[in-house]
Design a binder for this molecule. Structure first.
Ligand code: SF4
Length: 349
């Protein structure tokens, strides 16, 4: 079966022509899927019966199945636990922001990176998501809300730059005006620092915002809490970030989870300010860790967090402490499982 989800308009048009249908039918199919959120061929009633029958026999639109839907108490954030065709499960989060709806998307089933504060890596990496599975997460929220999706953050489970081609392909589908029509400037990709991926992304015609999951201000501590720190030194990651900034002229964001007795001392605040000030126009998001039964870590006191923030700001770097609850769901990649609100609504089992 030919999967249509995540296939470009040009390729769907070409598919039509190759199989004896006019090219304009491709645009009609794309309109049905992405503008009207209709994913059942039988319901595409403006297509001729012969084409609907051909689609039914030869093509598929594989939306993930919703297993559980969780809504944060304030109702501004909701998470879907989704089941894919092979039974794998992933999470996707929708955030209702002042400026519109934003979806936090997963790029892999699990993650190989092993960050000690992250639930997504508990069972390691199971597999990469396909382009269709990445696109399907956003289409599902379009379908459920009936609203336009304003922005995309690739901060769900997985390291997106370890699934480069499928992720970049999906970002192009999100951008395509005939499909989601989301500007690249409204997309953010978060990486733990895969240098070759950052440099490759810098050379794409795709000015998205890059976020680095930093979480430690020196190599020694970073190796302890993020195994990727043993593969890439911070100096080399920062060289790649500068290359990205100079090529794309997009602000670099740093994600820094605050963990008490780990990375949140005042000495580390000074180190962090020193480290990031070399990147022009950057921004730091401080994220108080939200421990659970799997992650035995606690956040510092509010006073310590405010002091930490003030010290980093003294280096001329803008800093935000991310507020918790629904907003915390969009924390560094892989934080979804431990940060979603507690009100659970099962809509399909
Ligand atoms: S924080 Fe991101 S890179 Fe690290 S284990 Fe979690 S999903 Fe993977």
């Amino acid at each position: 079966m030919i999967e249509l989800l995540g296939v470009s308009l040009d390729d769907i048009r070409a598919l039509m022509v190759t199989n004896g249908f006019p090219a304009f039918r491709g645009k009609q199919i794309v309109d049905y899927i992405y503008k009207r959120h209709i994913t059942t061929f039988a319901d595409m009633t403006q297509l001729p019966k012969s084409l609907r029958e051909w689609l039914l026999a030869n093509c598929q639109i594989s939306l993930p199945k919703v297993v559980v839907r969780q809504v944060a108490p304030k109702g501004d954030t909701q998470k879907l636990l989704l089941e894919l065709g092979d039974g794998s499960r992933i999470e996707t989060v929708l955030m209702d922001q002042d400026y519109g709806l934003s979806v936090c998307v997963s790029s892999q089933v699990g993650c190989a990176m092993g960050c000690v504060f992250c639930a997504s890596t508990t069972n390691g990496l199971l597999r990469n998501l396909t382009r269709a599975e990445i696109v399907g997460q956003v289409l599902l929220f379009s379908q459920l809300t009936g609203q336009h999706i304003h922005s995309i953050v690739m901060m769900g489970s997985g390291e997106p730059l370890k699934n480069y081609d499928e992720v970049v392909g999906a970002l192009r589908i999100f951008h395509e005006p005939a499909m989601f029509g989301i500007g690249y400037r409204r997309m953010t990709l978060s990486t733990c620092g895969i240098i070759d991926g950052i440099r490759r992304l810098a050379d794409e015609d795709m000015p998205i915002t890059l976020a680095l999951s930093l979480h430690a201000p020196n190599d020694v501590l970073r190796k302890q809490i993020m195994p990727i720190g043993s593969a890439y030194a911070l100096k080399d990651i920062f060289d790649a970030l500068l290359y990205y900034y100079n090529k794309q002229q997009r602000r670099i964001t740093f994600e820094y989870i605050l963990i008490n007795h780990c990375n949140a001392s005042l000495k580390e605040a000074h180190q962090l300010g020193q480290l990031v000030k070399v990147i022009p126009n950057c921004h730091i998001n401080l994220i108080p860790i939200n421990g659970n039964e799997h992650i035995h870590m606690v956040k510092p006191s509010v006073a310590v967090m405010n002091q930490f923030k003030a010290i980093v700001e003294s280096y001329g770097v803008p800093v935000t402490i991310r507020k918790e609850m629904g907003d915390a769901i969009k924390a560094a990649c892989g934080q979804l499982k431990m940060q979603v609100g507690s009100h659970k609504e099962s809509i399909e089992k």
